[in-house]
Each structure stands twice: as structure tokens, then as C-alpha cells.
Design a protein around this ligand. Structure first.
Ligand code: FO1
Length: 303
């Protein structure tokens, strides 16, 4: 069973891990968001790809939600002490990945090629594809101005309300090798419980990806990132309220109009109507067992 999962960072990576656990080796392809990539201290960081990479490798920090378990911060402390940027926390273990990736990109390798090598180096038997190899970057428009994603999310603690999300470079961006083929050949497509505005939309902003998804052969199911109308983590509930007028399953489903055949929602959000069939379960993933259970449930819905 070939499953494609469109995925952002923390929440999405948890479901990706669940899917990896319940599928056979080689059956899962994750298409990851690169809109929140950044260069900091001279290294290229792909936070969402790394959240998936670490979750599939089983080395992620489950409590913090991003980065590596057992992390130390000595390089960052040193950089700070020498006057370097310290607002974006790069751990020592994490830095190893950024160094390898940055060197490869400087040599001219595409992001997809180096990501594939990282996945193989970790012994992961799944595919992880960036949506695009091109420079696609998410910006948020707020009452305080327009900010690059990480400047708003991390440096400003996502405290500014969001009026609009702009994906810079979307018109020029093409899909990374293998992305369209994976969607075309999939037996099921899952949109992870990630933020639709800043995690999934930047994937769909690559026009051929949206087009191939719109004309899909296989079923596509999204898992709602909301529980009781609230985001498990992060600013999504505030964003949806302000930009879409509410936080019900209908508001989530509307973000994926024409692209999904069903929406998985939490018990706390049922009963509801959303214009697509709803499948109700417990969606909170506090550990690997929850993730496996939600993945198995989602696969039932998608097949
Ligand atoms: N999130 C934070 O809130 N603060 C950080 O300093 C931070 C550093 C960081 C470093 C590497 C990485 O892979 C992720 C990191 N994140 C941090 C999380 C990241 O901002 C988010 O996971 C995504 O960009 C949103 O999906």
C-alpha cells in the first residue's frame, strides 16, 4: 500500500511516525514543507524536514516537539558568546545535520538529493521529499508588518495576529523530483494534522502539486489539527478565527476544498458538518502508541 503524507513540522511528524510504524517498509512517502527553511549562523536549516527525519529515525525530542532528544547547546552558547545570532536554537546534535546539508547545497546538490542521503544514513525505510528544491519561503502579514516565517514564529513568539500568509517564490517553484509521481501512484494520500496556512499551503503553493492532488486517483484524507476548536500547539486557532471566521471542522475542511475526500476530526469537535464526510476518533498524540492508533484509523478512512 503506497501512502503519501503531506506534512509540516511537529504534529505532522508525529503522524508520519505513526504511519511509518503501521505500514510496511518502503510504503510511506512524506512530502515536507520547506516554506519555513532559513539560513542562520551560515547554515541552511529545514525545520519541518528535520522534524520528520528525526521522528522517523526515532531520535526526536518528544517533549519539546522539535529537534533531537538528549540535545546539548554548547556550540550555540559559544556562538552567542562571540556575538553570533542566538535567537534560533540550534543544538549540537542538530547542527551536524545542518552542516552536512549546507555543504551539499553549496556543492550544488538539490535539497531533495541531500534529504534522501540523510534518510538513508538514518536507516529509515521511507521516502522524505521536500515539496520543492526551489527557494520557497513563507511570510506572514501582521498588523506589525510582514515577517519571514521564523522571525514571526520564533523571534516574535508568534504573538502578532496574522492577516495573510504569503508564499514567496511560489510561481517559479517546481515540484522536487518524485513528488508528482508519488502522488499519482499513491493508493492513499494523507494530509497530516499540521497548520494548513503555514505548513500545508506552502506545499500546495507549488502549482503542479496542487493540480496533481486535485486530479488524484486515490482518496485524500486530512487529519484536523484542532481539538475542541483549539490548536494542540501553536497559533492555528487564532489564525483560523481571524482569517476564516471560526475553528470548526468546516473551517478546516474549507482550507482543503476540492482536495480532500474526508476529514478526520477529534471527538471533541463532533458532531459537525463540514461539506465532506467526517471520521471521528481521538486525535491527540501524546506518544508513539497514540500516533500508531491515529495512523491506523486514518489508513482505514483513506482506503
Ligand atoms: N522553535 C522554537 O520555538 N524556537 C527555536 O529556537 C527553534 C529552533 C529550531 C531549530 C531546528 C529545528 O529543526 C526546529 C526549530 N524550532 C524552533 C521549531 C521550528 O520553528 C518549527 O518546528 C517549525 O518551523 C514550525 O513548523
Amino acid at each position: 500500500m503506497r501512502i503519501v503524507c503531506l506534512c509540516g513540522g511537529v504534529g505532522g511528524a508525529k503522524l508520519a511516525r505513526g504511519l511509518y510504524d503501521v505500514l510496511e517498509p518502503g510504503e510511506l512517502t512524506v512530502i515536507g514543507n520547506v516554506g519555513d527553511d532559513l539560513t542562520v549562523l551560515g547554515v541552511h536549516v529545514s525545520p519541518d524536514l528535520d522534524s520528520v527525519l528525526y521522528a522517523l529515525a526515532g531520535v526526536n525530542d518528544e517533549e519539546r516537539g522539535w529537534g533531537r532528544a538528549g540535545e546539548t547547546w554548547r556550540a550555540l552558547e559559544s556562538a552567542r558568546s562571540w556575538g553570533g545570532e542566538g535567537w534560533f536554537q540550534l543544538g549540537d546534535l542538530d547542527l551536524g545535520v545542518h552542516l552536512v546539508r549546507t555543504e551539499a547545497l553549496r556543492r550544488g546538490d538539490p535539497l531533495s538529493a541531500v534529504t534522501e542521503r540523510l534518510v538513508r544514513a538514518a536507516g529509515i525505510e521511507a521516502h522524505l521529499l521536500p515539496a520543492t528544491d526551489d527557494p520557497l519561503r513563507t511570510h506572514v502579514v501582521t498588523p506589525a508588518g510582514r515577517f519571514a516565517f521564523q522571525e514571526w514564529f520564533v523571534a516574535r513568539g508568534h504573538r502578532d495576529e496574522v492577516d495573510d500568509v504569503v508564499v514567496a517564490g511560489d510561481e517559479e517553484a517546481g515540484p522536487a523530483p518524485g513528488v508528482l509521481e508519488a502522488i499519482e501512484r499513491a493508493d492513499g494520500i494523507v494530509i497530516a494534522p499540521s497548520n494548513p496556512y503555514v505548513s500545508i499551503d506552502p506545499i500546495l503553493a507549488v502549482r503542479p502539486i496542487r493540480d496533481v492532488l486535485a486530479s488524484r486517483r486515490a482518496a485524500c484524507v486530512a487529519v484536523s489539527p484542532l481539538i475542541g476548536g483549539r490548536a494542540v500547539k501553536g497559533p492555528l486557532d487564532r489564525m483560523l478565527s481571524r482569517m476564516a471566521g471560526g475553528t470548526t471542522p468546516a473551517h478546516v475542511a474549507a482550507r482543503y476544498a476540492g482536495l480532500i475526500d474526508a476529514l478526520v476530526i477529534d471527538e471533541a469537535d463532533a458532531p459537525a458538518r463540514a461539506g465532506v464526510p467526517l471520521a471521528v476518533t481521538r486525535t491527540l498524540m501524546t506518544g508513539r502508541e497514540d500516533a500508531r492508533r491515529l495512523a491506523a484509523f486514518t489508513l482505514e478512512v483513506v482506503s
